[in-house]
Design a protein around this ligand. Sequence first.
Ligand code: ARG
Length: 456
Amino acid sequence: MWGGRFAAGPASIMREINASIPFDKRLWQQDIAGSKAHVAMLAQQGIVDGEDAQAITEGLNRIAAEYEADGVPVDLDLEDIHMVTESRLAQLIGPTAGRLHTARSRNDQVATDFRLWVRDAIDEVAAGLLGLQRALLARAEEHADAVMPGFTHLQSAQPVTLGHHLMAYYEMVRRDRSRFADARARADECPLGAAALAGTGFPIDRQATAEALGFARPTDNSLDSVSDRDFALDYLMAATQASLHLSRLAEEFIIWASQPFGFVKLPDAYSTGSSIMPQKRNPDAAELVRGHAGRIMGCMTALCVTMKGLPLAYSKDMQDDKPPVFEAHDLLGLSIAAMTGMIETVTFRTDRMRGLAESGFATATDLADWLVREGGIPFREAHHITGRAVAAAEAAGVPLDQLPIATLKDIDARIDDRVYAVLTVDASVASRTSHGGTAPAQVRARIAQAKKELDS
Ligand code: ARG
């Protein structure tokens, strides 16, 4: 493609290090679409005549059918998807094929193809995240009243409901989807027509190609157009944060599935056994979701580091932008699907959760709050009195609500037997009615609102 200037061909190692076709063949649909939009515009502007444009378009259609049927041929000599397609076009229609590259460079071509690809990738992820939100909502609704221990420092803190806990992940996924939507909106500008770096003297219509490819508008600076990979970084950063959330949820499942917790029974379909220990049921899918998050973050870091030292405009380093995005996208898709499947099919052992919520003095804060409310005692003093009640319950080996009233009165005479009404876990969760609180009524209200959000 640049033979005019060179006397010798590339060394074989040059051919190998230079080639991106082994991975950028994944852009073939976007490459064909970009070329068709470009040639249609060239014809409309009278830069290429109508017959040539038609031959080129028909050739491109035929190449698309070939790729669809047989895959993209990988020829390292042809470097990338742009050259593989152009050289096949020349085989099919002869020298007219050479007119396609008028007023265009591979620099704006690859930037356009990759944006189109990332835009589709975002749509796929958004659909997956929506499915995950629906799964979380359904299970949260089912368990809006189920009491479980809520943790801070992984120590029993206050009772919460399982529905509330699941809805916490719903909120994270909601923000993830919004981050992908933001990324999509920013990626919605078409770099095609920036040419190599400086624009072109041909009377092209950038608005037309942008529109034909479904972009909101053309980009506004040709140098930026060919050297910008923010759209890929935006994707990877959104993917990083989504995978971080998925990993936290996976970690909960791993802890919950352990025998000492026993909060869930993971479905057979997402567990594996051990070849040596017949009793084992390992949470492999959850562990891999946790592991994949590390790899996705690695992909994000890789592209940040690739880009951070590059002057304007295009440098070949940027060819390395695609593998991390492809890898992250595949890993994220798998992780979302696996987590959604687990959420949909996991068995929650709500009796076990309730038992542990009742045994961990988790209603101690409710006793302190009662002392404040009914006894007019300052919270710090109430906290101290409650601490003594917990110590007494611990010594007697009973939950707080089974301490005799005499014992409680010994600790503080202002306590009377109305206190028992707040010491059960059900009373505790039902009382947390503040906005965003764990009371089943609050959780149900949020679920109802979330359903509307998802349907709109
Ligand atoms: N294969 C290249 C890439 O993926 C295409 C752009 C090549 N441009 C260039 N000036 N060598 O980035």
